[in-house]
Design a protein around this ligand. Sequence first.
Ligand SMILES: Nc1ncnc2c1ncn2[C@@H]1O[C@H](COP(=O)(O)OP(=O)(O)OP(=O)(O)O)[C@@H](O)[C@H]1O
Length: 333
Amino acid sequence: MGDLTLSNVTKSFGATQVIKGVDLEVNDGEFCVFVGPSGCGKSTLLRMVAGLEDVTSGDVRIDGERINDLAPAKREIAMVFQSYALYPHLTVRDNMGLALKQAGTPKAEIAAATEKAAAMLDLGPLMARRPSELSGGQRQRVAIGRAIVRTPKLFLFDEPLSNLDAALRVATRIEIARLHRELGATMIYVTHDQVEAMTLADKIVVLRAGRVEQVGRPMDIYNDPDNTFVAGFIGSPQMNFLKSGLLGLRSDRLGIRPEHLEISTSAGQIEGRVSHVEKLGGETLTYVRTPDHELLTVRQFGEHDHPVEQAVWLTPDQSRAFHFDAEGQRLRA
Ligand SMILES: Nc1ncnc2c1ncn2[C@@H]1O[C@H](COP(=O)(O)OP(=O)(O)OP(=O)(O)O)[C@@H](O)[C@H]1O
């Protein structure tokens, strides 16, 4: 089992409160991603679950048991960090088996657990090497392997992919998703990368300045955001926000994703000029400067030519628009 419950959890460093009352349930077997901008408190929250930071107030429970005062080693939690934190003088095999050895596990059991994890992560041929003889991606797989051998109740990942290059990040992301499926374990994963959040999570927790802004399944958060912060944070490129008054609408702000903004050179609702074009191969992003809005982004599939400074018209697809009040809260029909 590996249910995690946070009840009104706060954290202060000196006089500064950085976690401001977080309530959260992560169910057994769930892949939960904490996402949010730099400094919003993702790592602090994770470190409190791991026992690496004290909880200032509130309760942290695993399977119903309050663990606020339980030593990290007793929590049955394994954590994978951005810096792989491997012992340089130990082989891959010994790095992976170390925690079991320290716990006094019989040698044969350590060997079996290590071999099993190595097979899952395709580390077999590398077992005799030392960390300095591995690539960054291989080191991160060893760090993940070290977490797996302990069969913990909870896996915690703190931005594990951020040291890897783009291609390796995608490959390792897929690997982590597969591991989650195979192990069926509860995983909590911190990232500021909303693509990782969207692709890995069963449940996304969007954080801002120490508070939870919204919790939900990825596509529910994407399709039904509660406020402009969540709407702007989840989705790449970012959602456009328009002043609805100018469009004759009653809400204060209208949110429209770049793929739901039509661009035309002849007619439309919002006049503007092309500021910049990015051709990404499969799609084209056109940035349009308008007198009353910030730069608006239009996403079109395929290749499109819009000369810089060309006069264009934009029209939001009203059926795909989101409406928000002056405070940025969503107005649902
Ligand atoms: N030991 C500490 N002492 C004082 N302030 C801290 C300490 N650790 C974190 N903070 C502050 O707490 C806030 C949350 O930090 P945290 O590292 O949890 O954010 P984060 O969302 O993980 O950010 P990032 O994505 O940049 O890693 C920040 O304002 C940070 O400066």
